[in-house]
Design a binder for this molecule. Sequence first.
Ligand code: AMP
Length: 546
Amino acid sequence: MSEFLEGMMQDDFPLTVHHIRRAMRTRSPESTVKTHVEPGIVESATFSEIYDRIDRLARARRSLGVEQGERIGTFAWNNQRHFELYFAIPCVGAVLHTLNIRLFEEQLTYIANHAEDRVIFVDDSLVPVLERLAPSFQTVEQYVVMGGGDAGGLPNALRYEELLEAAGPGEFEYPEIDERQAAALCYTSGTTGNPKGVLYSHRSISLHSTATLVRDGLGLGRADRVLAVVPMFHANAWGLPHGAALAGADLILPDRFLAAEPLAGLIAAERPTLMGCVPTIFADLLRYADEHPEVDLSSLSNATCGGSAVPRQLMKDFEERHGVNIFQAWGMTETSPVATFSRPLEGEHDDAYWDERAKQGQPLPWVELRIVDDAGGEVAWNGESTGEIEVRGPWIAAGYFRDESAEEKFDSGWLRTGDIAAVDAKGFVQITDRAKDVIKSGGEWISSVELENELMSHPDVVEAAVIAKPDARWAERPLCCVVLRDRCDTGAEALIEHLRPRVAKFWLPDEFAFVSEIPKTSVGKFDKKVLRGLLAEDALDGRVQV
Ligand code: AMP
């Protein structure tokens, strides 16, 4: 007779943010968090000092009247105080709700009211934005201003540093926390419909943080110095703050100084080994570095890029011209966010190597994915056949916060990502499109991502976004919106010649729009919805038929 023999391990040990917080003091008290506070001025604090400040902040929860499970908002850049809130709020049992400071005002009102935020911590530099919105927030009773700047017209505004001072020193007795308890809330920045809330648990954050230490993933270690440029309001800055705390790595935070020049200055001065940000920021940085060869960025041996497809040429140019290695990750707010990572086996950097490196990579341990076609069948992993990525695992969302309308996003325990991809026999995922961006021409699919990638490998092209244009004969044809480098007058014909050896003939576009800028979403991705709107209104400038 078979018997269920239970294992005899401490399976009840809770996987909570407490462990990450404690690791800061017990394992790496001397590691630092540095913040670019004013032009050229960087402030530093050790993990040990920060640990004490988190205790103070936790104690201050009484004067703020924060209860278990309550949502506490942050409206802040990447800086030390925001990092402290990342720990203090979940560790007292409340939920850290990182508001995306770049959302439209109506969306911010919607998410603060939907989340029922009770307190909002705000950077003094962002007070003017929040002030305008405050009257529309229905549940916020208290604001806490971080930094010495003006609290403006915010009602019930306390001062962060005064709160800490009043809370006094000493160890805080934290409540016990169930690992399934909610720890953080982040709304998707989707371009359709209202944003949806992804509610991370202590367990999901703990496991995802552990995965940031995996060598074939981000590979964070104690010797790293991590520059987190990806905003702390965008999917927990890809897990970099939690990961750095757990690994004992130094963390460098740029606050509001995100332009290429101050970033390059910060990199040259602080010598980060790892940096995480979206391709548009890396592209700006590359242009700057090309124009200022004296700026040394080569400490970045392990940079990470994602959020949208990372052009192969961008990675190659950085590596060849500046000694910077950029690796690609894929994920979404719903996947905590890192789900796959592309780190091919080291060897000669030939075409085969770059083919792999340009893919979105292999699933991290504990992440499982499958590719599903329109009929709901699983697609073979042959590197060719495409379908929608469905994903499951312990840090993948199982639903949305107080939103049943999104049930169609789930398929028997799998999250439907809306991303179309092929997977090769080694398990490397290659995204060809967002489902809604796919171009269907004469019954065949054209990958906008691949066309964009090939266009952006032309030396005169800074940015390229490809959208579908309705077509009487073919149903849809690609229209390429292109931003050229300053003072370049490369024409449509030259771009077609560049594409000709690189893509199938029927992919060659019939129309270009030479624009000065591609509109971006609140998290820096190409906003194709805006481009499609301009096209529909016949307001897309610089159009040239081929
Ligand atoms: P968000 O929830 O804002 O992080 O957006 C998630 C979406 O960004 C994914 O569903 C993808 O469409 C896109 N994305 C993220 N990383 C990549 C990548 N490396 N390549 C292509 N698309 C990506």
